[in-house]
Design a protein around this ligand. Structure first.
Ligand code: NAD
Ligand SMILES: O=C[C@H](O)CS(=O)(=O)O
Length: 482
């Protein structure tokens, strides 16, 4: 597929004919990170329009909650089918506004659709129980009910999956949902919501609102009608939303920043570890919350791992994500690229050695070479901060206990990875690492069936699996005397 064949959002039916969103005088331009060209515009909605959207979601809630669960699930399943039918069009929109390689965009659309398929199963929802009676002419009944009107604020790095991971369980539970996508990637959200309408999900049940994040976040968090706020993004913004939601005692789900250690133990299968390291580090050019951040390689396998890892990194192809041979697309914007440059400069200043990469791609504005930093240590930003770019700092270690103690000091706790072929070591590290998700001999852990989420400053709550729908249900106890 070459550039000419790839669908551009402004000529895509799903966007052009979308019934989602409201026309306003002002609008926000959306650009292609690979070219800097404007590829579409979305409305910059006013506070009054956001409040109207909340009112519409409230009206829709009192009807949608009374639609039988099986019927809600049938509509979700149709939505899932439409996402599969439109996979290529959606992937083209996603790559055009986010920049990731088309192969990754196709994968994300399938991954996003799998959340809708997962929550289209009525049996997933525990709708209540009858408790042991205290008297034969009484019953104590527990039922579950939808939380109500919900709001979601989502990031640019996975513009499809971060939305369906919230919307699918919410709608299955009987809630209505307003979604504020990232300013960088609203077109994917609009296209997905258009398919929800085509699937028969009534107007007002799912609304996409576009505009300034801070302003809309304030309206969502201070609205008494919005009973739950689900946020995926930086820990910084998560803290702000948690504080501003206190005034209305909202249910909160927070999927925040990570800093995943990738540990290669002395007992590891080094070949497998290298493959897992490439998959985990360079997906979406490293702009993934569960990317391996820093690599901790036991001294006994250090030379073998680093030699093989660097050789693989040097094989990675940079370019426009619309070209099928590309592995590494552009970073989302200039700020992201400047942050990566500052992190690498900090590491080199403190003694890191650039084994490969370490600079912008020649004559490009948004690409950064996949980079390996040797001799990294915990004094450096690249080890202590979420890099969110294609940079792999490598730390040598020889004392497992000391390493685990050092990692325990980290404030993040989303994901971790380690490679080991010793059962006792697997058990020991699985229990010692203070995170929400662990990949053991695997570099990719995400799936609609698993409870995705973190601990400490990486967030609250879980998305996916059986846990994900509980975020959108309330429990009601009824005592019945006959
Ligand atoms: N834990 C997860 O599942 C997960 C998934 C994806 C991304 N993330 C994290 O997100 C971060 C990168 O994404 P990002 O740059 O879009 O994050 P971000 O926090 O800057 O933005 C996320 C969303 O919040 C909005 N926003 C920005 N400022 C706001 C404010 N003051 N009030 C309300 N909303 C506001 C943005 O418009 C966007 O829609 C990384 O830290 C990454 O680890 C976490
Ligand atoms: O960036 C955060 C996403 O949750 C990553 S994944 O697609 O769920 O692995």
């Amino acid at each position: 597929m070459n550039n000419e064949q790839v669908l551009q959002p402004d000529n895509v039916e799903l966007i052009k004919n979308s019934r989602v969103g409201t026309s306003t005088k002002s609008s926000i331009a959306v650009d292609d990170p690979a070219t800097g060209h404007v590829i579409g515009h979305v409305p910059d909605l006013t506070p009054r329009q956001i409040l109207r959207a909340i009112e519409s979601a409230e009206t829709a809630f009192y009807k949608w909650r009374d639609v039988p669960l099986r019927e809600r699930c049938e509509k979700l399943f149709r939505w899932y089918q439409l996402m599969h039918e439109k996979e290529e069009e959606l992937a083209g929109i996603l790559t055009s506004e986010q920049g990731k390689p088309l192969s990754e965009s196709r994968g994300e659309i399938r991954y996003a659709a799998s959340y809708i398929q997962w929550y289209a199963q009525p049996s997933l929802q525990d709708q209540g129980s009858v408790l042991p009676y205290s008297s034969i002419d009484e019953s104590m009944i527990v039922i579950t009910e939808p939380v109500g009107v919900c709001a979601a604020i989502t990031p640019w790095n996975f513009p499809a999956a971060m939305i369906t991971r919230k919307v699918a369980p919410a709608l299955a539970a009987g809630c209505t949902m307003l979604v504020k996508p990232a300013l960088e990637t609203p077109l994917t959200a609009i296209a997905i919501a258009e398919l929800a309408i085509q699937a028969g999900i009534p107007e007002g049940v799912l609304s996409i609102v576009t505009g300034d994040g801070e302003a809309i976040g304030k309206i969502f968090s201070e609205s008494a009608v919005v009973r739950k706020l689900s946020f995926t993004g930086s820990t910084r913004v998560g803290r702000l939303l948690m504080a501003s939601s206190a005034s209305t005692i909202k249910r909160l789900s927070l999927e925040l920043g990570g800093n995943a250690p990738f540990i290669v133990c002395e007992t590891a299968d080094v070949e497998r570890a290298v493959q897992g390291a490439i998959q985990s580090k360079f997906r979406n050019a490293g702009q993934t919350c569960v990317c391996a951040n820093a690599f901790y390689i036991h001294t006994k396998v250090y030379d073998e791992f680093t030699e093989k890892f660097i050789a693989c990194v040097n094989q990675l192809m940079l370019g426009n994500g619309k070209n099928e041979s590309v592995d590494i697309g552009p970073l989302i914007n200039e700020n992201a690229l400047e942050k990566v440059e500052q992190i690498v400069a900090d590491a080199v200043k403190k003694g890191a050695v650039i084994a490969c990469g370490g600079e912008r791609w020649v004559n490009s504005e948004r690409w950064y070479y996949p980079t390996v930093l040797l001799n990294a240590d915990s004094s450096m930003r690249c080890v202590n901060e979420e890099i969110f770019g294609p940079v792999a700092p490598i730390v040598r270690y020889n004392d497992e206990t000391a390493l685990l103690e050092e990692l325990r000091q980290q404030q993040t706790g989303l994901a971790a990875y380690f490679y080991s072929q010793n059962l006792g070591q697997v058990n020991r590290l699985s229990r010692a690492l203070e995170v929400g998700m662990i990949g053991v001999n695997s570099g990719v852990i995400s799936d609609a069936a698993v409870p995705f989420g973190g601990v400490k400053s990486s967030g609250i709550g879980r998305e996916g699996g059986r846990h994900g729908i509980e975020e959108y249900l309330e429990t009601k106890y009824i005592k019945l005397s006959y």
